[in-house]
Design a protein around this ligand. Structure first.
Ligand code: INI
Length: 152
């Protein structure tokens, strides 16, 4: 049965940050697995890497501008430190992801963890709190299908 997240023919761009890379890779694995299991072909997946969560929005912009993606997924892990740096990165990353969708009408699944410590992040990257990369991919596919159906 076709579900809201089935996506034959949907092209997906994924932007993964290298900062806190071992946890981000688990988010990416979850997202990739979900997409492949729901009909996205390997050759329709475009994965790009950026230094950190701060750089995710400009990479999303660049992918959107190629005209080759129907959905985008943002993947990163921001962990609170001793200074307000965390707040600046989280706020700009989240606002940038929302802006990309607003400006391009390409849905962005938000799989950027914002956590107090590494244990919270690991729990959300395939641990006891699920895999937020997978959830972001699912949301992006559902929105790509919805927006596509409303346009046609
Ligand atoms: N980037 C992250 O993705 N996660 C973090 O936890 C983080 N911390 O803690 O600093 C982080 N910083 C780097 C930032 O995203 C930029 O890459 C950097 O400031 C260069 O522009």
């Amino acid at each position: 049965m076709k579900t809201a997240s089935d996506a034959p023919g949907v092209r997906v761009g994924l932007v993964a940050a290298r900062f806190n890379g071992s946890i981000v890779e688990r988010l990416l694995e979850g997202a990739r697995r979900f997409l492949l299991e729901h009909g996205v072909r390997e050759e329709e997946l475009l994965v790009v890497r950026v230094p950190g969560a701060w750089e995710i929005p400009p990479a999303l912009d660049a992918l959107a501008a190629t005209g080759r993606v129907d959905a985008l997924v943002a993947l990163g892990v921001v962990i609170r430190g001793e200074t307000p740096h965390f707040d600046y990165i989280c706020n700009e990353c989240a606002a940038g992801c929302a802006r990309v969708t607003a400006q391009t009408a390409i849905p962005v699944g938000f799989g950027v963890l914002t956590c107090n410590d590494a244990a919270q992040a690991a729990a959300r990257a395939g641990g006891k709190a699920g895999n937020k990369g997978e959830e972001a991919a699912e949301a992006a596919l559902e929105m790509a299908n919805l927006l596509g159906s409303l346009r046609s």
